[in-house]
Design a protein around this ligand. Sequence first.
Ligand code: ATP
Ligand code: MG
Length: 713
Amino acid sequence: MAEDLLKYLNSAQTRCVFQVASCSIIRALIYRTGVTHRPDFPLQILAGPGSGKTKVLTSRIAYMILHHGMDPSSICAVTFTNKAANEMRARLVKLIGKDSVNKVKLGTFHAICALFLRKYGTSVGLDGNFTICDSDESKRIVTKLLKPYDDFLSSKDIQVNAATLCSLISRAKSKGETPEDVVPRKGSRHVLSKALSSNSTNEEFQRVFAEIYCDYEKTLRKSNSLDFDDLLLFGVRLFSQHPRYAAWCQHILVDEFQDTNAVQYKLMCCIADASRCATVVGDPDQSIYGWRSADITNLGKMQNDFPNVAQIMLEQNYRSAGSILATSLAIISQGELYRHTSRIAKTLHTDHPLGPLPMLRSFPTEHDEAAFIAWEINRMIAQSGGMLGFGDFAVLLRFNAISRTIENALRMEGIPNRMLGGHQFFERAEIKDTLAYLQLADNPHFEPAFSRAINIPPRGIGDKSLGEILSRAQKLGISSLTLVERINDSIIPDLKPSVKRKVQSFVNVIRSLRSSATDGMEPAQLIGKLVELVGYQEYLKKSQPDWDTRWENIQELINFASDATADALNVPVVDEDESSLQDTPLRQFLQASMLSSAGDQSNENDDEKVSIATCHAAKGLEWPVVFVPAVEHGTFPFYRSDDIHEERQAYPFIHSSALTRSIRRLLYVACTRAQTSLYLTHTSKRKVAGVFKSRDLSEFISKICSNSPVRYV
Ligand code: ATP
Ligand code: MG
């Protein structure tokens, strides 16, 4: 059985699978005898796209279990998205069966940390019933913190600054910087306000940043909540201060290692502390999260931190036709890219035939471009004689904003499609409303949920009354919900009796949900109860023209809740005394929602739909036919001078050339998803912020046209 695993691997891949780590005692003996490159050494597998890195990683896990008899629960496998984790789980089930797979600790870094922190968070000063705060809620908190400056800032300025500050906070956290590390602090209100305006200096802005970062952290702690970055930071704290919680791990394996940031790398080291056994697979050329502080130098660091780490290169691409591979390699290897980076030399070849040349097409507008994509999909399917279905096509976008035109064109041609990845589903207003109530029932201190839920559906509690509640709660140092639960004790003397009655009806809903949750009501039923109690369907009908779609989304959330059973990751009991609260079903559901994304919920018919995804979300995936629209200057890459500022706002301190390199790699990732056909399209005019702008072909492509096999039509 174990040997079967090797049947479908080439010799380099087989070597990767053989390099298996087992117990540290044997390793110590090997160290002593000075023998290197034995099966139980840490390993780096570096290779280009489609060379079987993920396949090798799964085979390696299976081989450790089947051949070396390692306990599945001593293996930790980390991927970057829940979707990738689900795929790896599915592949492993085929190799070792469901029971063993359920014992492997397989998930994203965030999911693994969340589970351990729930159980042992008290050891690092956390309350086990913390709420995970998503990026939207973080932005709400920062927006609220910017409120005192609204004399000086327009509401648009506040939104812009909130987004920028949030990403700076996240960036600081992913580098492990605390608010104290980003001082100088203190400054008059006037200085702070000036700093937020567009003509502020870097020093002024830094001052505000430090101030807001500090207050943001205080708000999170008071709300007993952790944002995504905190999950990792507290995870590092837990495993480094209490290594016994990681002692179960004999081997950690990380896919897409090129995108790990400093904190994630530290986490990997902490989890691998006892065994010193880690296998990482990655491709520096596919590093696309540079702006999120992913750190390619982690590969180098690992060589110091894991002595005798072996390195294996895989050089055969099994995914793409020869001409697609040649075009992709031309994109990545040209230009200024490698003058700035010390590239690890890799070669990549394929035995596949050249196949049709990648096609480059130009259109007058984005509508023509989208219509072509829809038409071409139908044409190819009709001519394939049943070989191709809608599920074999993907349209990969530079960013989500382009998707609307493509979706419309596909719909007009009757082509079923789905949007992959991102957090769209859990970002919908109706889903956030529902979750806010449940979050409050679970954690009364979670302020962002209070501000959201109190007036949905509208209860007629005006801004002034709400302001009074919030500021009174702040003065008394209690949560807003705790305050309004005591609303009849004259705790807010100025509130009108009519407002008090309205607030009381809100409190009653939360109390009722809380008591049902305590009595063990399943999350799916809790949602049903909530929408009933607040008349949510009627509210949607009255206020939303697309109320039926929104109501369907609530039903979808109920489905998700019934599936979100106990997580497959089983946290080992290390120290019963120190383990904090046990998970309740409600908490498990909320955690799954926060860590999930729309792309994770695959429906039965998804295989029969065209996939639309951002290039980021397409990482690690493959399709027979891939379209990459908007291959234009201004999109691939973005420049500071462009009209679309979203990325620059979000990542203001990244040097343009670094951003350009990152976006070049993104195009490389997109092109290398294609197996047999690749289409690159661009338009001479594109609507940007409501205005048509002329567009030129991306320099990434124009520079390679003469010497690479692209067919320009
Ligand atoms: P990426 O860098 O995009 O994540 P990857 O290196 O992880 O790619 P995989 O997804 O593991 O590559 O494999 C790419 C494709 O090649 C898959 O369809 C896989 O089944 C196939 N493949 C890998 N190795 C072999 C092999 N030895 N023989 C046949 N097919 C293979
Ligand atoms: Mg992969």
